[in-house]
Structures are given as structure tokens and as C-alpha cells.
Design a protein around this ligand. Structure first.
Ligand code: NAP
Length: 251
């Protein structure tokens, strides 16, 4: 578990989706290190996760939450609210890819990606914001992607879902700005995780050529951006997209 500065989120309750591994796990760990009670939304709770939970004095709580399943979202949020009574931070991180050129893309490949990456985030935001409005406080951050702004050949479905997250977040930001709730987006570039490990070496080399910083990003660098946006200090920042991409796209 990565160690970050601690204490600033003491007393706050956070939910991170897709927190089993990769960027989501790192974000959840970093919020935990800042003192929040963190609900790790995962598709399958493993023995390793149960061990982490008991070792954390139940400040890290792993909960089954499949964002492609409305009932699972409802059950997960009910469990969180019954036990913790509030939700201060929501991080929509769960995401999938089903890459392919659009001319050959199947309906399922389009709908699965939209269903997980965009509709799942919509459902969670809609429910969480109702509670945050009563609290008159909340922080929502969704993990988009640089391709949500630039587009990418072979990723029409994924880019549409990630661009959709930006437009949806801007809209909600305007709806709830007066209630102490901010809604923002972090758009990573190329980050070292399972999602990018599976890319062919040729594509990785090509990607590297286009990153002025000269390396791929780390999950911790996305977590840092999220930590800023969910902090109390970021209360005047809403409807924004923070690009964390080593300079590969200046937008
Ligand atoms: P990853 O290593 O592939 O992990 C994806 C995570 O999402 C896993 O925890 C996975 O859970 C979870 N997930 C997938 N479908 C889910 C569902 N229906 N319900 C709940 N959880 C689900 O990906 P990553 O690189 O960490 O990416 C995290 C986010 O950053 C994604 O939204 C991705 O699009 C975005 N992003 C990543 C990069 C990058 O370069 N890595 C760049 C831009 C944006 P399981 O363990 O159960 O599969």
C-alpha cells in the first residue's frame, strides 16, 4: 500500500469504484492514508481484500459493486449509507476497453463500454448527489482519459464514454454548485497498469514517442490529482478536467 501524507480527510467517507487494482486501488489507498473511511467498490471481494480490511480497523471496507449492474450499485450504496450515514467523496474510476475500428465494432462492444464507463458513473452520481445535497457538501471526481478529448482510432466506444464523462460532469457541476458540491474530472494519459500492460510493444513504443516527459505515468500521479480535487481546499474548482498526461496532449 502506498503511503501518502495523512489526516486531511479525517471524518470523511469516500467511495471509489474499480478499486480492486490499478489506478482505482491506488486512489482508494491514498484517500485512506489521508484519513478517510474508504469503501473500495470491487466486483469480487477476495481473501487478500478481507485481510486488508481487518488490518485497517475497518477503515478500508471492500464491497461488491459492479457498476454495470443497477441492483449492485443500489445494494452497495445502501450498505455504505446504512453503516456510514454519509458520502463525502465519490470517485468514478471503474472502466473497460473493447477496442476495434468502428466499421467492425459490434453493438455489444459499444454498449458494454458505455454501460460501464458512462452509465455506471451516471447512476452512482445521481444517487450520491442526493445525499451530498442534504449534507451541503460533496466531492465527485470521474476518471476520464486523454482520448475523451482527442479521440483515438480504434477506440470510438471508449472515447465516447470518456468524453461523455466530461460533458456529464460539467452539467452536474452547474446543477449542484450552490450546494457545496464540486464535480470534476481527471483525464490520464498513458499510465502503467494492467490496462496498458497488455498493449503490443509497438504501440507502447509509439505512445512513448508522443510523451514529452519521456515516460509513462504512474497510478500514484493520478491519485495525487484526485487528492487535490477531493480536498476542501479545491472548493472553488468545479466542472473542470485536469489532464495528467506528461504533455502528450495540451488541451
Ligand atoms: P485496469 O487496471 O484495467 O483496472 C480496471 C478496474 O476497473 C479494475 O479494478 C476492474 O475490476 C474495474 N472494473 C471493470 N469493470 C467493472 C465493473 N463493471 N464494475 C466495477 N469495477 C469494474 O485499469 P486502470 O488502468 O487502473 O484504469 C482505471 C481507470 O482509468 C479506467 O476508467 C480507465 O479507463 C482510466 N484510464 C486509464 C489509463 C491508463 O493508461 N491506464 C489511461 C486513461 C484512463 P476487476 O478487477 O474486477 O476487473
Amino acid at each position: 500500500m502506498t503511503n501518502f501524507a495523512s489526516g486531511r480527510l479525517e471524518g470523511q467517507v469516500a467511495l471509489v469504484t474499480g478499486a480492486s487494482r490499478g489506478i482505482g486501488r491506488t486512489i482508494a489507498d491514498s484517500l485512506l492514508s489521508e484519513g478517510a473511511q474508504v469503501w473500495y467498490g470491487v466486483r469480487n471481494v477476495t481473501a487478500e481484500m478481507e485481510k486488508v480490511q481487518s488490518g485497517s480497523g475497518n477503515k478500508a471496507i471492500f464491497i461488491p459493486l459492479d457498476v454495470a449492474d443497477g441492483k449492485s450499485i443500489e445494494n452497495g450504496l445502501d450498505a455504505l449509507l446504512n453503516r456510514s450515514g454519509r458520502i463525502d467523496i465519490l470517485v468514478n474510476n471503474a472502466g473497460i476497453v473493447r477496442d476495434g475500428l468502428m466499421v467492425r465494432m459490434k453493438d455489444e462492444d459499444f454498449m458494454d463500454v458505455i454501460g460501464t464507463n458512462l452509465f455506471g458513473a451516471f447512476r452512482l452520481m445521481r444517487s450520491a448527489v442526493k445525499v451530498m445535497m442534504k449534507q451541503r457538501y460533496g466531492r465527485i471526481v470521474s476518471i476520464s482519459s486523454v482520448v475523451g478529448t482527442t479521440g483515438n482510432a480504434g477506440q470510438a466506444n471508449y472515447a465516447a464514454s470518456k468524453g461523455g464523462l466530461v460533458a456529464m460532469s460539467k452539467s452536474l457541476a452547474l446543477e449542484v454548485a450552490s450546494r457545496g458540491i464540486t464535480v470534476n474530472v481527471v483525464a490520464p494519459g498513458f499510465i502503467e497498469t494492467d490496462m496498458t500492460d497488455v498493449l503490443p510493444e509497438k504501440i507502447r513504443e509509439k505512445a512513448l514517442e508522443n510523451i514529452p516527459v519521456g515516460r509513462f505515468g504512474k497510478a500514484e500521479e493520478i491519485a495525487s490529482a484526485v487528492r487535490y480535487l477531493v480536498s476542501r481546499e479545491a472548493g472553488f474548482v468545479t466542472g473542470q478536467t485536469l489532464h495528467v498526461n506528461g504533455g502528450m496532449a495540451l488541451v
